[in-house]
Design a protein around this ligand. Structure first.
Ligand code: T46
Length: 131
């Protein structure tokens, strides 16, 4: 399975660092929604679903966490711990997020608004749909 990590340019100077996220420039879709996860409790695993159509980019803007991506054939773990790196999550990828550091802020950019009907929450159904 191909994992795409998008390098995000840091504009840094003596004052600190800044990263800009722009539709079609470094984010490969039109950004329609942004949300972020924080204060995630130790030993919690989030996700456990896939999306039928949604594409997203996840960035650990602070701290670290583990993303497990599963295309129905293979599972790959990716550690996100760099605010200058975005993980592209294509549609039809099962995802689980775990091992959140206490300070983790995980920001996610999405190509559409929240829609519960886009979620596949049953792993067996996901495997069937993924072929
Ligand atoms: C994903 C991973 C990476 C909303 O009301 N609006 C939203 O935009 C989102 C994302 C969630 N919610 C509500 C729905 C639930 O009542 O927030 C609550 C927690 O959502 P959920 O249990 O889906 O959270 P995660 O961390 O399991 O999954 C989230 C995203 O939902 C999902 O699309 O890919 O983060």
């Amino acid at each position: 399975m191909k994992i795409e990590l998008i390098p995000l340019q840091i504009h840094g100077d003596e004052r600190g660092s800044l990263v800009a996220l722009e539709t079609e420039k470094n984010i490969p879709f039109e950004i329609r929604r942004v949300y972020y996860l924080f204060d995630t409790k130790k030993d919690v695993i989030r996700g456990y679903h896939a999306h039928k159509a949604l594409k997203q980019v996840a960035i650990a803007v602070r701290g670290s966490c583990k993303f497990t991506l599963d295309d129905g054939h293979e599972r790959v773990d990716v550690i996100l711990n760099n605010p200058a790196q975005g993980l592209l999550i294509e549609s039809f990828m099962w995802r689980e997020m775990s091992e959140f550091s206490d300070d983790c802020v995980l920001m996610v950019l999405a190509d559409s608004q929240y829609d519960e009907s886009d979620y596949v929450r049953d792993y067996e159904q996901f495997k069937k749909m993924a072929g």
